[in-house]
Ligand binder design. Structure first.
Ligand SMILES: Cc1cc2nc3c(=O)[nH]c(=O)nc-3n(C[C@H](O)[C@H](O)[C@H](O)COP(=O)(O)O)c2cc1C
Length: 211
């Protein structure tokens, strides 16, 4: 191959690489159209057939950066039942400042962003462990959509939150106002930075929720 042919080939390879990279971009964008999250069945031992003391349990959580997800998974490990993630139909940006701004605007507008989470038979659940991060002192608005869609009235609701230093703020009071008619247990509020190492605290709280 002479030098000219080589340069031509190199040019084509670079173009292919660019096309592939763009392809990756559109693949990421297509994530928004991914199938709706399914309710995962429990595989944990001790939780016989998704029941706990004869009660059917659902752990439902929203998580943007993984802290609340870690807590939800630990709770699920301990209580059994089913687990589902509350997923916004349009994903939040992975850029912190963009998500912070969007979250603020959604709260100010009392928005109800669409969610792709589907639960076939919500009625079957007696107890809902419902968790989310403190966003601007309160709940991420996709959680408000979830609460509007899946009525908590008459159910036992065990709330858990993670935060970045502000603590519980309005997470609990706003939940109470939006999920009317639910029977709330004490809440669990963990610092996001220690969420992944809070097994002991989670265990103590879970015991209280089972009274
Ligand atoms: C949009 C946004 C708003 C936040 N607002 C607050 C806040 O008002 N108070 C607070 O203590 N932490 C705030 N945080 C920090 C999160 O509550 C904390 O990092 C949490 O553990 C994240 O949970 P996640 O990993 O499940 O998304 C905010 C984080 C984001 C992304």
């Amino acid at each position: 191959m002479n030098r000219r042919d080589f340069l031509k080939l190199a040019g084509v390879s670079l173009l292919s690489l660019a096309a592939l990279t763009m392809g990756c971009g559109s693949f990421n964008a297509a994530k928004a159209d991914a199938p709706a999250p399914k309710v995962k069945q429990s595989t944990s031992e001790g939780a016989s057939q998704n029941m706990n003391n004869g009660k059917k349990i659902l752990v439902a959580y929203f998580s943007w950066s993984g802290n609340t997800k870690a807590v939800a998974e630990e709770i699920h490990k301990q209580v059994g039942g089913d687990i589902v993630e509350i997923v916004p139909a349009t994903p939040y940006s992975e850029t912190y400042s963009v998500t912070v701004a969007k979250a603020k605007a959604e709260q100010a507008a009392n928005a109800r962003p669409a969610i792709s989470t589907k639960i076939a038979d919500f009625e079957q659940y007696d107890t809902i462990y419902l968790g989310y991060p403190n966003w601007w002192g309160s709940m991420p608005m996709p959680v408000a959509t979830f609460i509007d869609t899946y009525k908590m009235s008459g159910k036992k609701v065990a709330p858990f939150f993670t935060h970045g230093g502000g603590g519980v703020q309005r997470c609990m009071s706003d939940l109470k106002a939006r999920a009317q008619g639910a029977n709330f247990t004490d809440y669990l509020c963990l610092s996001g930075s220690s969420a992944k190492n809070s097994q002991g605290e989670i265990t103590s709280w879970v015991k209280k929720t089972q009274n």
